[in-house]
Design a protein around this ligand. Structure first.
Ligand SMILES: Nc1ncnc2c1ncn2[C@@H]1O[C@H](COP(=O)(O)OP(=O)(O)O)[C@@H](O)[C@H]1O
Ligand SMILES: [Mg+2]
Length: 270
């Protein structure tokens, strides 16, 4: 099992689009067993795959310790255009806000390893877990970061990208105290491909502790409008530049997962 958390301390940078696209491609094209976890109280990922429920949240149930992941996960059928199940989801809704407060106040039980433990118990069920995080480092997101093997930070190149990267690097230092092996990697979401983006990408890859995924997610009209269709972007428009770029991201993630699994095996053998 390889766990990817998609998080950035900015709204509207493409976190949810990235998480849902990645889950979809890994399940549909890589034929992997995938769990998508919505860890944002806005529930956008849940809405996008038509699983949003204002009354029930699988993520809340798991974080509160009331249910195991295998009981709380719902299958995403996307049956409007295909019959098969593609991936499972733990959905979120605004109750996640209360859960954050509950965890913060709970000084008896563990606060940050809840998701990690729950995923460990479900490790035989999934090849990949993709977590869509909100922009605040709340308890749900902290649990995601502690459970993750890889942290993907979507970012837009622009005047503020240096700040965003500096913040992420600072966070990474703190998070590695809890999760020493956490890989962190930036993903550019940018209009068109130009020299400036190539420079930002080079800089990310070379100069920051984050590194960069060798793909730029282009901004475009499909990205702006696909959410109305309530499906993952690569399901809505399989043949477009954005879907192709997310396929590159999925290949990168699959390779990282393969390397991590190999490392784990040799580690066990020692
Ligand atoms: N590649 C893209 N090009 C254009 N618009 C995009 C792209 N990716 C996402 N968007 C749009 O930007 C908004 C925010 O995207 P979202 O993935 O929800 O970001 P976040 O989760 O970081 O808030 C949405 O309205 C979405 O349609
Ligand atoms: Mg979002």
């Amino acid at each position: 099992m390889f766990v990817i958390a998609v998080q950035a301390e900015k709204g509207g940078v493409g976190k949810t689009t990235t998480a849902v696209s990645l889950a979809y491609i890994l399940a549909e094209e890589h034929k992997a067993r995938v769990l998508l976890i919505d860890a944002d109280q806005q529930g956008n990922a849940s809405q996008l795959v038509q699983r949003y429920d204002p009354e029930h949240s699988g993520t809340v149930d798991v974080l509160e310790g009331n249910r195991e992941i295998t009981e709380a996960a719902l299958p995403v059928t996307l049956e409007r255009f295909r019959k098969d199940y593609y991936f499972d989801i733990l959905t979120a809704n605004s109750y996640l806000m209360n859960t954050n407060a509950d965890i913060l106040q709970d000084t008896v039980q563990d606060q940050v390893h809840r998701l990690r433990k729950a995923l460990h118990a479900a490790r035989g069920w999934y090849d990949y877990v993709v977590i869509d995080c909100g922009l605040l480092m709340d308890m749900a997101v902290l649990n995601a970061m502690v459970a993750a093997d890889m942290w993907i930070v979507p970012m837009r190149p622009g005047g503020l990208e240096a700040d965003a990267v500096a913040n992420a690097e600072e966070r990474l230092e703190e998070l590695r105290q809890l999760n020493p092996d956490l890989l962190a990697i930036g993903l550019l979401v940018a209009a068109g491909a130009n020299k400036k983006h190539a420079e930002v990408y080079e800089w990310l890859a070379r100069e920051t502790r984050l590194g960069a995924i060798p793909a730029v997610i282009p901004r475009g009209i499909i990205g702006e409008t696909y959410t109305a269709a309530r499906m993952p972007l690569p399901a809505y428009r399989p043949r477009c530049k954005i879907s192709d770029a997310y396929r590159q991201v999925a290949r990168y993630v699959a390779e990282a997962a393969r390397v991590a699994a190999k490392k784990r095996k040799t580690g066990e053998g020692e």
